[in-house]
Design a protein around this ligand. Structure first.
Ligand SMILES: Cc1cc2nc3c(=O)[nH]c(=O)nc-3n(C[C@H](O)[C@H](O)[C@H](O)COP(=O)(O)O)c2cc1C
Length: 192
C-alpha cells in the first residue's frame, strides 16, 4: 500500500440498517484522498438491504473491491494484506458472537479476527434491541480483544432534519476512530 492509498475493509452483516453501510462507502469514496474500500456483504445482509430498499451503487474500478462472503482466499483474509482498519456496519449479534469467540468461518469474521491479532482498528456498529446478557458478554469480549463497540444509536442533540442526518452522526464517529478526515460537520461544540 503506498502512503497515498488508504484502505478500509467494510463488512455488512445481516442486521437492520444497511443504509449505514451504503453511506459509509459513499463517504469513504468522497473524502480526499479517497479511501479504497474492500467490501464483504453476507447473504442475509443482501436480503435485508433489499427489504430496506437500500441499493449499493456501482463505484468506479479500483474504488471498491468486493468479495464473496465465503471467499477465504481473498486478500483481506490475511494479515499480510495491509489496511487501515475494518468496520462491520451494521453488525448483527450473530457476527458479533463469531468475532468475540474467534469463530472465523467466513471471510468477514476471518478479516475481523485478523484485525484483532494484528492490532488494527476494528469497529463494530452493533444493532439490536433490547440486549440479552449473551449479547452484552460478547460485546465485552470483543471490546477486551481490541474492538471498538459503536452501537447504531444516533444522537438527537444535533437536531436532525432527515434520516440521512442521523445516519451521518454514526458515520462521522466511525471515520473519527479510523482517523479519516471528513467534513460531515457533526461535532458537538457546546451550547451558546
Ligand atoms: C429483516 C431482518 C432484520 C434483522 N435485524 C437484525 C438486527 O437488527 N440485529 C441482529 O442482530 N439480527 C438481526 N436479524 C437477524 C440476523 O439477520 C440473523 O441472525 C442472521 O443469521 C445474521 O447473519 P450474518 O451476521 O451472517 O449476516 C434480522 C433478520 C431479518 C430478516
Amino acid at each position: 500500500m503506498s502512503e497515498q492509498t488508504r484502505r478500509v475493509v467494510v463488512g455488512v452483516s445481516g442486521a437492520s440498517g444497511s443504509i449505514y453501510a451504503k453511506r459509509l462507502i459513499e463517504v469513504l469514496h468522497e473524502v480526499y484522498p479517497p479511501v479504497e474500500v474492500h467490501l464483504i456483504i453476507t447473504d442475509t445482509a443482501k436480503a435485508i438491504a433489499e427489504h430496506e430498499h437500500v441499493i449499493f451503487p456501482n463505484f468506479k474500478e479500483n474504488a471498491v473491491f468486493r468479495y464473496a462472503p465465503d471467499d477465504l482466499f481473498a486478500p483481506v483474509a490475511s494479515g499480510s494484506f495491509v489496511h487501515s482498519g475494518m468496520v462491520i456496519i451494521p453488525c448483527s449479534m450473530k457476527t458479533l458472537s463469531a468475532v468475540a469467540t474467534g469463530y472465523a468461518s467466513g471471510l468477514m469474521t476471518r478479516a475481523a479476527d485478523v484485525c484483532l491479532k494484528e492490532r488494527r482498528p476494528l469497529v463494530l456498529v452493533v444493532r439490536e434491541t433490547p440486549l440479552s446478557r449473551v449479547h452484552m458478554k460478547n460485546m465485552l469480549s470483543a471490546h477486551d480483544a481490541g474492538a471498538v463497540l459503536l452501537p447504531a444509536s444516533p444522537p438527537f442533540y444535533m437536531n436532525p432534519d432527515t434520516i440521512l442526518d442521523l445516519v451521518d452522526t454514526i458515520i462521522a464517529r466511525v471515520l473519527d476512530i479510523l482517523y479519516i478526515n471528513h467534513d460531515l460537520n457533526l461535532r458537538w461544540t457546546g451550547v451558546e
